[in-house]
Ligand binder design. Sequence first.
Ligand code: PRX
Length: 644
Amino acid sequence: MKKKGIKYVIKKGNEFYPSDEMKKIANITDAKIYEKANKDPVKFWGDLAKKGLTWEKDWNETYTEKLPYFQWFKGGKLNFSVNCVDRHLANPNKTALIWIPEPKDEKPIKISYGELYDKINKFANVLKSYGIKKGDIVSIYLPMIPEALISMLACTRIGAIHSVVFSAFSAEALKARIEDGKAKILITSDGYYRRGKPENLFKKAKQAAKKTTIQKIIVAKRTGTKTRGRNVLDFNEEIEKASSYCKPEIMNSEDTMFLLYTSGTTGKPKGIIHDTGGYAAQAYWTSKWNFDLHPEDTMWCTADIGWVTGHTYGMYGPLLVGATSLIYEGGPNFPNPGRWWKIIQDHKVNVFYTAPTAIRMFMKAPQKWITKYDLSSLKVLGSVGEPIDKESWMWYFRTVGGSRCPIIDTWWQTETGGTLINTIPGIGPFVPTVSGKSFPGTRHSIVDDEGRPTPKGKPGFLVQKSPFAPGMLHGVFNNHKKYVDTYWKKFKTMYDTSDGAYLQNGLIRITGRTDDVMKVAGHRLATAEVENAIHDNKKVDDVAVVPMPDEIRGQVPMAFVVLKKGKPSKKLEQELRKYVDIKIGPTARPKRIFFVSDIPKTRSGKIMRRILKALLINEKPKGLMTLVNPESVDEVKRIINSNS
Ligand code: PRX
């Protein structure tokens, strides 16, 4: 391991703190900021938003609240793409985006702010020419290629609402999202490269668009696969024809900027609504303070744009700050486990942000693949998406960070738009497994079932208190009831995060979801969503899905199936696992499917997932009295044991 590079942290007892070198460069170093912000969070955010963003018109009211809704910067006007690109054009040659393709014979591509500006304007004109205007929804089903960023920003230029769907999701998953939002245009690609081979994306996109509101499919060329069809247009040809300036649509701060579908406790994902000004303010300031991002930095967030992390820190945060963002195509350890670390070395990445699943995977790889690269450009390491255990934290800290860089364990959600609980690089402390404090100007609390703060250090439900952070969701698309039921029903005046947490020396430690949401390799999935998918298969009579702890992926779905037809067999197990790929995508594929004759349920028919979870990890299940069919437990136990 090459240990060169600036030492940004020092050890004090069992904790790490920013070193003098870090304090010298950090965007924020004074711990008093928390107190200062807490005195008047509304004024605090008002000042930050004014300072950090370019507004066309000032707002009349910084914050208004009529729960369960609230608005930031009401009356304020701005355009998001102007904030991401136009205002950095004083230096048009500065690199905005570095894109690393997977095939070895292809070279990385750098796109400057000037080039990005040109492409966004042109593509915005393309969208306009096909009738897209402010408030229309555009579906984006793209892999990690520059066109993804161009498409998203072009939407924001004209006030269209983008709805990005993860490219590994199936045609059916895409179709459901298109139908919910009634999108008129679908932007996709012919395919992408993953693990050495081209994957066809267009086929899925075309299938999904059939018999929906989609009028045109715009296809970015990547693999050269044929993409024919009546309303199929070529991304580049369209751009070439378009005129080069598109006047930015001036949006109200609280106008919707994007939808992102995420899993809840039911089988149907919900469209989380994010606004423009509030989201931008939080994305900008969290990038600056939580990742200590400076315009001269290169940030690499490894998340796909199909997830909120990819939106906010793979693209928007770095651009709002005027920094360089790096994105990559392909698998993390293909063609070898050195890929990521070579990228960091070659492109001198300063801020690296990834998920514990990846960290655990690389921890198990031959270490020479990591240690042979020079990672001394790194300044800040981030972790997101799931709780990080101590061993992985220490490995990340020592092996990747060379014991020099702070690890920022950022807690947040699709709903919060940007990071909210973590320590700040210039302030600290950096404590393994502990996320940290609420971002200045935001308030969280840990409460019991009744909404009362738990006694110090006792676990409880993590809630957010008013005034709600500027980046917070502004509802669930077309579903007020779901918005109320999911986030406000339990604690009324406090936002229910559905996460458990406790305080450790005044810092927040996240314990994980308290609902039926799984985090599979950091990806959010509802048990009910996977159950619905399997249930759709004609051979299935009943099904239960539960997460099981997994050494690498954090959690993996396990399914228990009662068959209507057919005999239990390995072949049928594979068939049903593959069926989930068609319904949702491989991310949701159960690791195992156990065929049982009955599923433990309560009298009211509720699946007792707690019992199944205990059986899977070989623990004695509690609360069997509540079951209508206690005899099912012995059978499930027997089947798990005989299959393991
Ligand atoms: O359970 C929490 C977990 O991820 C959930 C949100 O998932 P999603 O909306 O997909 O957004 C993921 C990326 C922001 C949360 O409810 N989670 C997120 N970050 C952490 C975490 N759990 C523990 N520690 C974290 N740092």
